[in-house]
Design a binder for this molecule. Structure first.
Ligand SMILES: Nc1ncnc2c1ncn2[C@@H]1O[C@H](COP(=O)(O)OP(=O)(O)OP(=O)(O)O)[C@@H](O)[C@H]1O
Ligand SMILES: [Mg+2]
Length: 286
């Protein structure tokens, strides 16, 4: 890629600078579980993430502008506006799962939200809550309360981010519900553009940034099967892997099953055949 300078690698994405104002985000097929990138890739996973994010970007411009400029023909590369990313992960939770459930069990609170007693694991919350986290450079992100988040981004910006994240969650969770999927929680990343405006960046409402549960298998009081990585997590746990680097290689059946679940999430949410997206990525923007 001679026109672009490589400027960084995340766990999943490669970042290239196209010029001062534009980045190319290339979503690889890498998969991480328990925050460790595994040695085996899931074919087309990066294309699913790119297509789903673009689908949501096209549908949320009424709530907030986003960084998407265009999709490339490879279906995994996004040209986007370069933003000054805010140093917080903007998590919204509609259900009590993951670190939210752990925090609630330990303290009765999640990020300073005091919740009713006696809630069950995976239970639906009376209303969605905004639960920011720090962006850890290494290791796990840490949940923080409002005061800590305000110290990082400012009180006014935090209020704007919270209201925007909650509106986006409502829009996406309503759509997902109509397609038989519960959006239990999600992580959004925002940045500031050169005019000082809040802009949605990174990826949006993908299986990597969200907990998707098939609605028909949802039972409060248990951990619903997650839509995508469950095969991988189950396989890794059955091996007795200690969750430290390096992770295990995945056998073909686990790779195939995982790919099928990612593609299913794409097709259920977008109502677009995945092959149509591969043939012409811009179909998700229509
Ligand atoms: N429009 C944008 N401008 C600048 N940076 C962006 C933009 N959109 C996303 N990013 C950053 O690009 C990176 C995406 O890479 P990726 O998703 O692989 O990272 P990650 O594994 O989630 O986190 P890390 O980078 O800490 O490993 C993130 O650091 C994200 O904050
Ligand atoms: Mg990321």
């Amino acid at each position: 890629m001679s026109e672009a300078t490589h400027v960084g690698s995340g766990k999943v994405r490669e970042l290239y600078a196209l010029d001062d104002d534009r980045l190319l985000l290339v979503a690889s097929d890498r998969i991480s579980t328990f925050d460790v990138v595994l040695p085996t890739e899931i074919p087309d996973k990066g294309r699913v993430l790119t297509g789903l994010s673009a689908f949501w970007f096209a549908r949320t411009t009424g709530v907030v502008p986003n960084h998407l400029l265009s999709l490339r023909d490879d279906a995994r590369s996004t040209e986007c506006r370069r933003l000054e990313m805010l140093p917080i992960e903007c998590v919204v939770r509609g259900y009590l799962a993951g670190s939210g459930w752990k925090d609630y069990l330990a303290t009765g609170e999640v990020c300073g939200h005091h919740l009713a007693e006696g809630l069950a694991e995976s239970e639906r919350l009376p209303q969605p809550i905004f639960t920011p986290a720090t962006k850890a450079q290494t290791g796990h992100d840490e949940n923080i309360d409002r005061a800590a988040a305000a110290a990082l981004v400012g009180e006014e910006r935090l209020a704007e981010v919270e209201a925007t994240a909650l509106s986006l969650y409502e829009l996406a969770s309503d759509h997902a519900r109509s397609r038989g999927i519960i959006l239990a929680d999600t992580k959004l990343e925002f940045g500031i553009d050169d005019q000082g405006r809040l802009v949605l960046g990174d990826e949006a409402f993908t299986p990597d940034s969200s907990r998707f549960w098939p609605a028909d298998a949802y039972r409060p009081g248990s951990t619903p099967p997650s839509f995508d990585k469950q095969f991988v997590r189950d396989y890794c746990e059955a091996l007795g892997w200690d969750k430290s680097h390096p992770g295990p290689e995945l056998p073909d059946d686990v790779v195939d099953g995982t790919r099928a679940r990612y593609v299913e999430a794409f097709e259920r949410l977008t109502e677009i055949p995945f092959d149509d997206y591969l043939a012409e990525p811009t179909v998700v923007l229509a």
